[in-house]
Ligand binder design. Structure first.
Ligand code: NI
Length: 169
């Protein structure tokens, strides 16, 4: 596995629409392994293909659903890999919270997202699956899927909370 560079604010890659994955091969597996390592190294919750310069419809989310209370989800991390994902349903109920992005460090935008989503995608072997998610995972799925259409927190945030100088509690 290898760390990949995370594309930063201002790079036109972040505004492009990605193409579907057509080959479920070793190259894809390597990409996903690298994305996992890169995400953990960066301490993020999710990462999308274009953020590592790959213009394909692939993203990963940290799966914190089974992490016991008080345990660090980065200690023994689990991921959900989404290839050619499609969001099938979004709850009408929404939540607005400050949301960050590894491509825009230090910026947190107030973004309204559905509380629950249902999505369909393929795993790295090309097997289709469906998932119903809520809370942070639902938010992560929406955030990362937006990246594949060139949509970022800059496009969605109602306003930004600048926390650069915030004191650590
Ligand atoms: Ni992001």
């Amino acid at each position: 596995m290898a760390l990949r560079n995370i594309v930063q604010d201002g790079d036109p890659i972040l505004k492009k629409v990605c193409r579907p994955v057509t080959k479920f091969d070793d190259r894809l597996a390597t990409l996903l392994d690298d994305m996992q390592e890169t995400l953990i190294d960066a301490g993020g919750l999710g990462l999308a293909g274009p953020q590592v310069g790959i213009m394909r419809r692939v993203f990963i989310c940290l799966d914190e659903r089974d992490v016991p209370e008080g345990q660090d989800s980065f200690e023994n991390p689990k991921f959900i890999e989404f290839i050619n994902a499609e969001i099938l349903e979004m709850s009408e109920e929404t939540e607005t919270i400050y949301e960050g992005c590894l491509s825009f460090p230090g910026r947190n935008g107030a973004i309204t997202r559905p509380l629950r989503v249902k999505a369909r995608a393929f795993d790295r072997e090309g097997n289709p699956f469906e998932i119903e998610a809520e809370g942070m995972l639902a938010r992560c799925i929406c955030h990362e899927n937006n990246h594949l259409d060139g949509i970022t927190i800059l496009d969605l945030a109602d306003h930004f909370y600048e926390d650069e100088y915030e004191d650590e509690e």
